[in-house]
Design a protein. Structure first.
Length: 387
């Protein structure tokens, strides 16, 4: 997909009333995509979902409560084609974008369509449902194609002084700046293992935040290809003697200074997170960390150009607040100063909609300080940030 030149500006936020009037207006006009051959238009189905979920409430929770007949009109494969063409027609732009919001919601719907079809065959085992989402969801084809698109763009890339972000699946990302390209948490789809050698030639190194399967594959062809040509694959090991937000390890990759901090999931199970400094650029990748209280007071939390954030720090699963600790996390997160925030770990297929969908990213628009630009990116999209 085309690279987007980021334009920074303040933007008035729509009131909830105006927001939904505009959404319904879009529904009847369509969103630059042809409607599918279904009993109801795809746009109206998506808007029923958005309407039933109050603004920035949990869409995935609403979807799970929908009766099966709600999804009977939807062909998962056709819906994915509609999503793909919609994102191509509506590339990333700064701030909230209601056309793209509907497309992200459609991805959530596609996941439920898959889950419902499996349940209709009598399968209820959560482990089997996760396997279904990860391997057989209608969205898998978008993941596979997005990795191929990114590789093509990287091969044709011309080095500049800009910070270029290539959004991959889940928390996977490739960042190019000051003549260096590095990856974080890249897990290629098995069908793209034949591309691993080409990715390895382009990347200068790969950073892994923790060993969960949606962030790290110990049998990864990409990891093997990087090691074969003496390029580093960095995976920090937990150290209980280091406090949360303490430094686990650090180093340099060419012109890039990197630091791995000790962090944790909502339940404080280990995940590191990374700070990168590349020339004049400062970047933070959250991994699955949610404990930001101490880090937010550090020098590394100031004047960031880019923050790749797992927004579970704002709300817990299914939109439920967790009281004191959750309030403290949210307050700390607001202290981290970044020009651009890209939410990630949205709709990871192995988690399915039992975790959360893209609405977790939508909430950030209302949570971040004025002047911070939240950019929702789909798999395979590219963002260029300029000083």
């Amino acid at each position: 997909m085309k690279s987007t030149n980021y334009v920074f500006h303040s933007e008035e936020r729509l009131s909830h009333f105006a927001r939904y009037l505009f959404i319904f207006y879009i529904a009847f006009l369509g969103i630059s995509c042809n409607s599918l051959n279904t009993k109801d238009s795809t746009e109206l189905i998506l808007l029923q979902v958005r309407h039933k979920a109050s603004p920035y409430n949990n869409v995935s929770d609403v979807l799970r409560k929908m009766p099966n007949k709600f999804f009977d009109t939807i062909d998962g494969d056709k819906l994915v084609e509609w999503i793909d063409s919609g994102f191509k027609a509506n590339p990333p732009v700064p701030g909230e974008n209601l056309k793209r919001e509907l497309l992200f919601t459609a991805m959530d719907v596609a996941t439920i369509v898959g889950e419902k079809s499996v349940r209709n065959r009598g399968i209820e085992d959560p482990r089997l449902l996760k396997t279904y989402d990860l391997n057989y969801s209608p969205l898998v084809k978008l993941r596979i194609e997005s990795e191929r698109k990114i590789l093509k763009e990287l091969k044709n890339r011309v080095s500049t002084r800009d910070l270029v972000v290539y959004k991959m699946y889940n928390e996977g990302v490739i960042i190019c700046a000051t003549g260096i390209c590095f990856g974080v948490d890249i897990v290629l789809h098995p069908e793209n293992n034949d591309l691993a050698g080409d990715f390895a030639k382009i990347l200068d190194g790969l950073f892994i935040t923790h060993s969960d399967g949606d962030h790290f594959n110990p049998n990864s062809t990409l990891n093997a290809e990087l090691s074969k040509i003496n390029k580093p694959v960095i995976l920090p090991v937990d150290n209980l003697s280091v406090p949360l937000s303490g430094i686990l390890t650090s180093g340099n990759l060419g012109s890039i200074e990197w630091i791995a901090f000790r962090g944790g999931h909502i339940n404080l199970r280990f995940s590191s997170f990374y700070f990168f400094r590349s020339g004049e650029w400062k970047i933070l990748h959250s991994g699955d960390n949610t404990a930001w209280m101490d880090f937010a007071r550090s020098e590394y939390a100031k004047d960031l150009d880019l923050f790749l954030l797992k927004p579970e720090s704002i709300y817990h699963e299914n939109g439920k607040r967790k009281g004191g600790i959750q309030d403290a996390m949210e307050a700390a997160l607001r202290q981290i100063n970044a020009r651009v925030i890209i939410p990630h770990h949205l709709l990871e297929l192995g988690h399915g909609m039992g975790a959360y969908g893209h609405d977790m990213g939508f909430r950030l628009y209302q949570q971040v300080p004025e002047g911070v630009n939240v950019q929702m990116l789909n798999w395979g999209e590219t963002l260029t940030i300029r000083k």
